[in-house]
Design a protein around this ligand. Sequence first.
Ligand SMILES: Cc1ncc(COP(=O)(O)O)c(C=O)c1O
Length: 235
Amino acid sequence: MDEHGLVVDALPDDLRLVYTTPSHQYPMGGVLPVPRRQALLAWARRNGALIAEDDYDGEFRYDVAPLPALYGLDPDVVVYLGTTAKILTADMGVGWLGGRPDLVAEVALRKEELNDRTAVVPQDALRLLLERGDLDRYVRRMRGEYARRREVVVRALDGLPLRGDTAGLHLVVDVPEAVAARVVEEAGRCGVVVETLDRHHMGPVRASGLVIGYGSAATLAELRKGCEVVRTLAG
Ligand SMILES: Cc1ncc(COP(=O)(O)O)c(C=O)c1O
């Protein structure tokens, strides 16, 4: 992958399944451009592979409208996944899946065999929120709120090299590994929780930095203060 997300040309031809988060790569923050989406679908068709599209952060794009989902472009080779984790709460434990009827039937069967049941009450609650339009309204409101938070973070970290498209609930500060480790430790002592990038990859290190999440900050002022601590330590 690179700063835009999955590098389709680098995929081996013998894969049967590719799991991807084209709306927002975590943690590097790329939003997969349309030509790459088309190339990925063509690759899947050519190789008889399936794509699992985890539409993680798909609701939270702040500069332009969201790009078309892979599933919308080619529903035959894509299984679409979503959950309430980012739009409501992870504690609800409800997700959804869209795909070809034969695949959906197969997944439902496997889920049943695993006895992996999803509680009925949260499902009903989500259905009501959807039917009444409450979820749409809430997501619209939170899109504005998260855009403001992102702006606060970007301003407070002014001068530091930032990575990631204008989307989602986090961004990355590009700093050397040793600096990142020191900032995480010293910020932690000041009550500011940030993570190093190295928690999120396998294989040889190709990037280093800090992951700054703004999804759960209580207030904009608190967020600004936390980011100022990070800037002072990392600058
Ligand atoms: C890439 C990605 N997909 C999906 C989820 C949501 O998963 P769940 O609904 O199981 O909490 C997360 C949570 O952080 C995530 O990082």
